[in-house]
Structures are given as C-alpha cells and as structure tokens.
Design a protein around this ligand. Structure first.
Ligand code: AMP
Length: 284
C-alpha cells in the first residue's frame, strides 16, 4: 500500500483516503463520491479496528462482508481497496498509541473508555501508510472527526480532513452499519433519535437558547420511547465537546441511545449564520 501511494504521489496524483470499518452503506459511498470529485486517486480502507472496541463491545459480531464491500467500492469509483489484517496493523509487541487528551474523555470517550485512543492510533497509522492529501470523514461521528482534526494539527500531519454531511434514511434515521442489529420493532423505535434532534431544532427556531431547556426537550422525546435507553443527550460546544449554558457559538446537540442492545449515536450541528450573529443555521 505504501509503495503504491508513494508512486501515485510521485506521479503528481492527488490522493484521497476514505477510512471505514466496512459493512458499507450510502453514508460511506457519499464520502467516496466526494473524494472522487476532489482527488485523482481514491483509496478506501476497510478495517474493523480491534483497538477501538471495549472488551464487552461488538468487535466479534461487527458485520463483515469484504466481498460485498469490494464490489460497492468498485462501483463507487474507488481505485484501491486497502483491507489489512489486524496482525498487519498491530504486529506482536505493538505498544505505541496516540491519545488526544481531554476531548477524548468526554461523551463517547466516557462511555467507551479507550475508544478514541484506538481511533486516533489507527487513523495516524492509515495516514502514514497512505499519505493522503485529503481524508474524508462523516459528521455522523462528530466527536471523532473533531479529535482527528486536533491530532492533525497537534502532530503537524500533512493530510487535510474533509467533513461530510450525515446521510439519513427517508424517516431520518442516520445510516449506520449497526442498524443491521435492529429488529423490526427496534428499527421503528430508532427514529426517536432524529425526532429528538428535530424537536431541538424547532425549539431553537422559536428562539430558545438555554441549553438546559433544550436538553430537557431532547430527553422528553427520548423518554417517551419505551425501547430507548439514553446514554447521553447534551448540548455541547463544537470545539471542546464540553456542555454549554447557552447556545451562541457553534454547538452540537449530541445523542447516544440504546435501542434494545444496539447503541446508536446522532447529532444536530448548530452554527451562527455568521460570526457573532444571533441567527442560527442547523444541519441534521
Ligand atoms: P465506520 O465504518 O462506521 O467507521 O464509518 C466510516 C466513516 O463513514 C466515518 O467517517 C463515519 O463518520 C462515516 N459515516 C458513517 N455513517 C455515516 C452516515 N450516515 N453519513 C455520513 N457519514 C457516515
């Protein structure tokens, strides 16, 4: 992979990387489509990274179908599929990790200790192997992409992070490989995440800026769904992911909710129309 990437760079190609864990859906292919537009060589990785799963999480049962993924990527216009084995990425004796302090301990990091250390470490390794000019990530994992951007800045990496919008089902459910775990009843209940975020958006549109009031609205909607168990539901700064008191600067409404045994995340991006403006823009 390194040899190919070096060769492509030497030829003057613009290299785009789309890192994934496979079980691909339209959220992933949207990242590929964006990379295809902006790069002359598109490399997608499929690697279910053991270091980002906790001991009781779904590493073993995470959906894997490399053949199907390869076909999907080929149809989407990917030039190279990089699908290493865990032993290639983490040879015996592996013991060097990247930890983006502070932000990695909040929200997702609090519920999934070590998760972001695993993510940052594997992304740095992928960047070293592929040396992409651009790397494409989904805003669905807002905290992840914030942490990776921080790592890129702190470690002077040469790759530019491109953040892409969340791709959703017609009823608003964010596409996720983990949606495959949901039973029919759970699949119906899972729309509550989107509904809760829409409610917050509506409250903001009515002029509500108080974070506590917005959080109460989030939890009221989620609480009405018997199959939903809230892990976190907060209004946080888009910069630090620390809770805010009032929505003024770029913020997120962020959610992690168990639907049965399946843990789903989603978010609403809230930004002032222009710096300092009271008018807000929303992105679901
Ligand atoms: P994963 O395979 O879940 O690790 O995700 C690989 C990349 O696809 C990450 O950058 C995710 O944020 C992105 N992604 C996953 N689901 C979606 C979605 N519904 N919309 C946009 N991007 C997504």
């Amino acid at each position: 992979m390194k040899e190919f990437a070096r060769g492509a760079r030497a030829e003057g190609r613009v290299i785009g990387l789309v890192p994934t864990m496979g079980a691909l859906h339209e959220g992933h292919t949207a990242l590929v489509a964006r990379a295809r537009k902006e790069c002359s060589r598109v490399i997608a990785s499929v690697f279910v990274n053991p270091k980002q799963f906790g001991p009781k999480e779904d590493y073993k049962k995470y959906p894997r179908d490399l053949e199907k993924d390869a076909k999907t990527l080929e149809e989407a216009g990917v030039d190279v599929l990089f699908a290493p084995e865990a032993a290639d990425i983490y040879p015996d004796g592996f013991r060097t990790y990247v930890n983006v302090e502070g932000i990695s301990e909040r929200l997702e990091g609090r519920s999934r200790p070590g998760h972001f250390r695993g993510v940052a470490t594997v992304v740095l390794k992928l960047f070293e192997i592929v040396q992409p000019h651009f790397a494409y990530f989904g805003r669905k994992d807002a905290q992840q992409v914030r942490i990776i951007s921080e790592m890129v800045r702190d470690l002077n990496l040469d790759s530019e992070i491109v953040v892409c919008p969340v791709v959703r089902e017609a009823d608003g459910l964010a596409l996720s490989s983990r949606n495959a775990y949901l039973s029919a009843g759970e699949r119906n209940a899972a729309t509550v995440l989107h509904q809760a975020l829409v409610t917050v958006r509506d409250e903001l549109s009515r002029g509500v800026r108080d974070a506590m009031q917005l959080q109460t609205a989030l939890r009221r909607i989620l609480g009405a769904e018997p199959l939903a168990q809230v892990d976190y539901a907060e209004i946080v700064s888009a910069d630090t992911f620390e809770p805010v008191v009032r929505v003024a600067r770029p913020s997120y409404a962020v959610l992690a909710v168990f639907i049965g045994k399946t843990r789903l995340i989603d978010n609403l991006l809230i930004e002032p129309v222009s710096a300092g403006s009271e008018d807000l823009l929303f992105q679901l």
